[in-house]
Design a binder for this molecule. Sequence first.
Ligand SMILES: Nc1ncnc2c1ncn2[C@@H]1O[C@H](COP(=O)(O)OP(=O)(O)OP(=O)(O)O)[C@@H](O)[C@H]1O
Ligand SMILES: [Mg+2]
Length: 334
Amino acid sequence: MSPPTAIETEVHYLAGTQNVASADEPVISAGVSGQSGRRSSQGGAVDDFGATRKRANQREASASSRPLDTHEALEQRVRQRTAQLSELNELLRQEIAERRKMEAALQDSRERLRHLSIHLQKIREDERTSLSRELHDEFGQILTGMKLDVSWIKRRLPGNDGLILERLNSVLAALDHTIITVQQMSTMLRPVALDDFGLRDAAELAARDLMKRTNILCHIVSEPYGMGLDEAVSTGAFRILQEALTNVMRHSGAHEVTIILKKRKDVFIMEISDDGKGITKKDLVNPRSIGLTGMHERAHALGGTLAIMGVRRKGTSVTLSVPLRPVKPSSKEE
Ligand SMILES: Nc1ncnc2c1ncn2[C@@H]1O[C@H](COP(=O)(O)OP(=O)(O)OP(=O)(O)O)[C@@H](O)[C@H]1O
Ligand SMILES: [Mg+2]
């Protein structure tokens, strides 16, 4: 049986008191009838009898009113406690309702922030794409045109003016340098390969770039084309890949990194694993790990998941999984 509640305990205790009071009752009435009968028959002590009678009456009265008082007191206390408990219950109900409301508001605000973040990322991506195209198409063409013109002038230079030739060569070298810089800037903003050929080629370019800039060996294991990635998945996956490779370069101390691109059933999987020092649990849960948070947000925006795991001195792996929807006719095929 469960232990009695505060109220039950109190009721038991008071009920016990009540029983004691009732047990007194027969003792008192027996005393009154017995003693008074004997004294009156002795023919005297009327005062005594009166006093005794009075005392007996008082005792009788108090004895008979005690259980009633106790019972009343008990009922009153129970009523008070019940009222207190209902008041507490009501407060609790209000608090629970308040908390539920706050939780819903928090959830709502989180959703809004997530949507805002997705929206901002899309705007950023669109801006990068247009800037990249502008740089590539406009500046690239103008610079190439200038280079052709300067070369033409150089070929038709009358006589052999060493000073002018030197100046023209210096202009040509500056133009070459600027053309390469513009190409790099354009690719940095958004690799043309991503739009022209898809994720696989863009990943290859990123891997080559990493090997050029570091001593890290980079392998790509990819399924043949036709994974059916739409533009949003290609872009999101590529941005996650870029952040993962930057992290490998900056933090891992790895010698090798492997990029796997594959499709299992209707799920696209991208895995980037290195053989470095291994990301720590602290880094994984740190809210200031903005790069990692961004990767998670991107995966979530694609309706997918991202798993990051680190094993000390063995390395880190970043795995993106995205369930694929049928590709719209206008979107690019991988
Ligand atoms: N491949 C990795 N190997 C080992 N540690 C890593 C790796 N990737 C990330 N980390 C650790 O996780 C931390 C958080 O990474 P995150 O990308 O969020 O931030 P960051 O690279 O330091 O800065 P940024 O905001 O510029 O990306 C890093 O500071 C690093 O300590
Ligand atoms: Mg980072």
